[in-house]
Every structure is written in structure tokens, then in C-alpha cells.
Design a protein around this ligand. Structure first.
Ligand code: PHE
Length: 507
């Protein structure tokens, strides 16, 4: 009988009798009172569990002890108890026959030894000298009768005491068995066809849905895990770095304009118009539209004048070179996020003119573009991280202090600085950090105090200093994730699976 037949038997029996008080008495269709062939309790429980999950039945579990005979018990049930065998072997007094204890032992062996005592105690046999006689004409062999009953029914009506006695004599062994009582459930049916799991167009067209049995939704089931979005490793690192800036009290700059004018990308930063960075081999220029919107007129004039002649008080002599408005109005893909810092610093200075200067800490993390040969570690676009601080009386010590705090939070506590050149900062410092993995100092960024030639035309009051530092996002990310080729991090060769599985970073 397989599980579906057993399930069918259970519901048919319930349809007839409405309850099954004891699954051990479950009888095959129609024939009542006969023991079921289904004696495997596992088969019964799995059939019941399956029916109960569809609310066709409900059931309760019970347990009972049943008993079975040991080898010796089975022998007694067949041949009689040792004491009965002793009694049978002993002659009646006056029959002319005699048997001595020795002869009985020779005849019955072990049985004589075990049975004698009990036969005496029951007063079944008596002794004269060394001869044995029957004391009664008939006996009732209770042990044999009890064992026969256990063999047939698995238990004894005589009760626990008698059972305990037989177990002590090692004639019985106990076994715990499970059985179930079963009732009809709220969705009782004898129709066990598999319920439909889908409502199909065909069912609607033929109308067969009306008579179909539909499977209930299991609202407790775990769903299949959804394939949700995942942050790209670069974006994970960006989130971390943003967190560090926010912790240090910085506000984020708007970096959504990738196309900039030469004015904001270079001129406002006091990058001479003849600077090699402006060459087409380094910078992507945009041909359409041909011209950028002009910056505020007075500011453009001040910037041009600082480039050509320097400061009005003569502290700076400028570049002593021509300044072209056409050059200033060209459009390009920004080569650094410092173009955004320039716009923000100009706005800060202008606001300060009206409302009084207020210090500011600003940061940005976004994409920049350079016309570079693409190799394993360089792309023509990458992300820059930049921090800028404007306040009265800032010194180079403040800049170094900010960078030490910032990089320590990124897990890079060992920094070294090397004098460098930037057109817009003086002094300028290259930033090196100790790379424990590579066992050497690696360059990670660039920094400096912004020049008066850049800050004065913006309109900052005297005494206000601005410093800043910048670094790439890709290099720390590659180090964090152990990536050696930039193409595994950016572009069409990036493994989506890798992106989904890469852990969040913690600096
Ligand atoms: N703009 C610089 C670069 O591209 C970084 C920098 C930012 C330097 C701010 C000084 C001040 O490397």
C-alpha cells in the first residue's frame, strides 16, 4: 500500500465512520476488524501529516507499550513452562513408577533445575526421600497461558503486575508504539486529487475552474530570495568615504554637471591659459555647444586681470601673458572636481560679501575625465574625492591635521608629504601613505593651500585661507577588494555576481 492508497483508505474510513479511534485498527476498505497491512508507523504519520496540511483531517498522537516474547518466552508458549514440564515428568504416587531428583535432572536437564522450585512452591509435586511424586491430578500452566495471550494480543489482560513478573523472568520485552486517532478536518473530502496550483486561461475558457479544487496559499512559506539591487564596490567605498566626511562636519557639493567651461575648470583656479594640462591630448573638449555661458562679468574681468597682471597691490605679478576670452568659454569634460570647488568657493565669497564671511567645510566625490591611454590601472574617467576648508587664518598645519584625521578614518594612519606644484595651490603637497600589503609608500593624493591669485578675485576678505586635498576613489577601492586590473572594477567586463557578493567595506 503506497502513501496515496493509505491516504485514500484513511478518508474513506472517515467518510464511513466519521472517526478513526485507533490507526492500528485501520482496516483495508470494507473489511472491518482485521488488522491493517499498514504497520509502518512512519507511513501512517506521513499520510496523516499530508492530509492534515490540507485540512482534510485532524489527528492526535498517542503512545502505548506493547510486548513481545523473548526466545525463551516463545519456547514456553509452545511447550509449556519449566514447572509444568517437571510436573508432567513426575509419576503419580502409587502408579508403580518412581523418579529420583537425579533421574529427573538427567531427563530434563536445565528445565528440571529451573522448574523444580516453582513446582514445589505451587504444590504440584512432592518429595519422599529422594523420590518425586505428583501432588495434584491437573494443573493450570498460567505462565504458558499468559505468554500465549501476549503473543496474540501484544499485551496481558491480567495487568501490569503479571507483565512485570514475566519481564523479570526475561520472557517478555517491551516496545513503545505510536498510534493516532483521526477526525475529519474542516476541508474534509474523499477527493484526494492533487489541488490545482494555477488558474489557467483554459480553465476559464472551459469553465472547469468552477469544479476545481485549488491549493491554498501558504503564507508562512519562505519566499525565494529576491535578486535585489547591489551597490558596485566603487559606490560602496564612496558611501564609506561620504560617511567619513559627514562625521567630520563637511557638506556635500553638487557635482552633477560633467561638462564644464574652461573658465571654471582652469581660469578660476589660476591655471595659466598656456598650461600643458589644457592641451587636447590631456583634456576632452566638447564641440557642441561651441561656447559656455559666460560667468559673472566683473568676476571674469578680475580673473583675467590677475592672470595678466597679478594683484592690484603688486604682491603677485600674474603670468604676464595674454588671456583669451574664447579660450575661457570653451567647453570640456571636467578634468577635476576642483572645478566644482571653484564654483562653490566663489558663491561662498559672494555670500560672505553680503552677509559676512562664514567658514565652510565642503566635499565632493564624483567622476572626472582625462584623455589618457587606457591600461590596467588607468581609465579615461575616474572618481575624485575632494575636501575643501575655508576659514580665517588657516595654516599648512591645519591642512595636514585635517588630512591626518581623514586618512586615519580610512585606515591609513601613516602619511608622508612631499612638496609639489599645482597652479592653484602654494604650498602644494603630494600625499603618500604606507601600504602594509605592498610594504612601501604609495602616492594617494594631492593637496595644498589655495593661492591668493585664485581667492582674491572671488571676493574673499583678507585673512581668509582655503585649503584642500584630493584623491582618486579607484585606487583605495582596488586595494580594499584586492583587484589588480581596473577593467574588473569598471566597464563591461565587471562580474555582476562579484558586485552582488562583494562585502561592504569598513574603513
Ligand atoms: N585637483 C587636484 C587633482 O586633481 C587635487 C587637489 C584638490 C589639490 C584640492 C589641491 C587642492 O589632483
Amino acid at each position: 500500500m503506497d502513501s496515496s492508497e493509505l491516504q485514500q483508505l484513511i478518508v474513506e474510513t472517515l467518510a464511513k465512520d466519521s472517526v478513526i479511534p485507533d490507526t492500528r485498527k485501520l482496516s483495508p476498505l470494507g473489511v472491518k476488524g482485521k488488522a491493517t497491512p499498514v504497520e509502518d508507523p512512519n507511513a501512517v504519520i506521513s499520510a496523516l501529516a499530508s492530509l492534515a496540511s490540507r485540512e482534510i483531517v485532524s489527528y492526535e498522537q498517542h503512545d502505548t507499550f506493547t510486548y513481545f516474547l523473548t526466545a525463551e518466552g516463545a519456547q514456553i508458549a509452545r511447550d509449556g513452562s519449566h514447572e509444568a514440564l517437571v510436573w508432567a515428568a513426575v509419576p503419580t504416587k502409587g502408579s508403580g513408577q518412581v523418579i529420583t531428583i537425579k533421574q529427573l535432572q538427567d531427563q530434563l536437564g536445565q528445565t528440571a533445575k529451573i522448574g523444580q522450585g516453582k513446582a514445589f512452591k505451587n504444590e504440584w509435586v512432592g518429595k519422599e526421600g529422594d523420590k518425586l511424586f505428583k501432588k495434584v491430578a491437573t494443573i493450570v500452566d498460567t505462565t504458558k497461558e499468559e505468554l500465549t495471550e501476549v503473543e496474540k494480543t501484544g499485551t496481558l489482560k491480567g495487568g501490569e503486575k503479571a507483565i512485570a513478573e514475566l519481564r523479570k523472568r526475561k520472557l517478555l520485552e517491551q516496545k513503545k508504539s505510536l498510534w493516532y486517532s483521526v477526525k475529519q478536518g474542516p476541508a474534509f473530502t474523499t477527493d484526494l486529487r492533487k489541488p490545482e496550483t494555477d488558474l489557467t486561461a483554459e480553465m476559464i475558457a472551459t469553465g472547469s475552474w468552477k469544479n476545481s479544487n485549488f491549493k491554498q496559499y501558504n503564507f508562512d512559506a519562505d519566499g525565494t530570495p529576491t535578486n535585489g539591487g547591489a551597490l558596485h564596490p566603487l559606490m560602496k567605498v564612496r558611501e564609506e568615504v561620504k560617511g567619513i566626511f559627514f562625521e567630520m562636519g563637511f557638506a556635500e557639493m553638487p557635482t552633477d554637471a560633467f561638462v564644464e567651461s574652461c573658465f571654471w575648470n582652469f581660469d578660476a583656479l589660476y591655471v595659466p591659459q598656456q598650461h600643458p594640462a589644457r592641451e587636447t591630448q590631456d583634456t576632452f573638449y566638447v564641440s557642441s555647444p561651441a561656447k559656455a555661458l559666460a560667468p559673472p562679468r566683473d568676476y571674469l574681468e578680475r580673473v583675467a586681470s590677475y592672470h595678466i597682471r597679478g594683484s592690484p597691490d603688486g604682491t603677485s605679478r600674474g603670468y604676464q601673458a595674454p588671456f583669451s576670452l574664447d579660450e575661457s568659454h570653451r567647453l570640456l569634460l571636467r578634468t577635476h572636481t576642483t572645478a566644482v570647488s571653484a564654483r562653490m568657493l566663489y558663491a561662498l565669497a559672494q555670500k560672505g560679501k553680503k552677509e559676512g564671511f562664514k567658514p565652510a567645510k565642503l566635499f565632493s566625490i564624483d567622476r572626472v575625465f582625462r584623455n589618457e591611454a587606457v591600461d590596467a590601472t588607468h581609465l579615461a574617467e575616474f572618481h575624485q574625492v575632494e575636501g575643501v576648508v575655508a576659514d580665517r587664518g588657516l595654516t599648512l598645519g591645519d591642512l595636514i591635521g585635517f588630512m591626518q584625521t581623514f586618512f586615519a578614518k580610512m585606515g591609513l594612519p601613516n602619511l608622508r608629504f612631499k612638496p609639489a606644484y599645482n597652479p592653484y595651490t602654494e604650498p602644494s603637497l603630494e600625499i603618500f601613505c604606507w601600504h602594509p600589503g605592498l610594504g612601501k609608500w604609495v602616492e594617494i593624493g594631492n593637496s595644498g593651500m589655495f593661492r591668493p591669485e585664485m581667492l582674491e578675485p572671488m571676493g574673499f576678505p583678507p585673512g581668509v585661507r582655503v585649503h584642500g586635498w584630493g584623491l582618486g576613489l579607484e585606487r583605495p577601492t582596488m586595494i580594499r577588494y584586492g583587484i589588480t586590473n581596473i577593467r574588473s572594477l569598471v566597464g563591461h567586463k565587471v562580474s555582476i555576481e562579484g558586485v552582488e557578493k562583494s562585502p561592504a567595506v569598513r574603513f
